[in-house]
Design a protein around this ligand. Sequence first.
Ligand SMILES: [Zn+2]
Length: 203
Amino acid sequence: MKVLAFGAHPDDLEIGMGGTIARYTTRGHEVLMVVATVPNRREERVQEAEEAASILGADLVVMDVVPDELVFSRQLVRRFDQIYSGFGPDVVYTHSNNDSHQDHAAVTNAVIATTRKNDCSVYMYEQTIPGGIAPNPFRGQYYVDVSDTIMLKLDAIMAHRTQLDTYGPWWLEGVKGRAMYYGFKINVKYAEIFEVIKDIALW
Ligand SMILES: [Zn+2]
């Protein structure tokens, strides 16, 4: 299976679905992580993102969109279209369309436009934390048991040293706590959840 995962910034994918990415790759599936923009310290943060992707066993594309130019536009959809057609995914992941960060929202609008006529499943991961408020509740319906890969997820987040310095160890505790909370709901240790935009049966 080929999995294409979009995040606005380096570290978004690790926080939102790092356990799921590692679960795919450790089971032999191919994952391509796409980062749309790097808001600051580009060189350092690209290196961190590369390290994190390699921990998760995924490939990585860091786009060169200028932060102030990351908007839902024909241009962004065209660029996502190119990545989509070049890779040919079975499954696509993106931010929640309720995410209150303007960059996350721009990416998701463009991903939904890119995938609207294609034969791939599309899922959204939860509001990135720490990430402020979301006006509407996240309605996660699709659960992934990440008990076996939670440590890879946490290691991948820790590869983003600039962010760990900024947000501190509670940040990581928060991410882990959220996975525990969702784990309880499906009777496993750790889980990640997703909202479904379209889910295509593969059987
Ligand atoms: Zn972000």
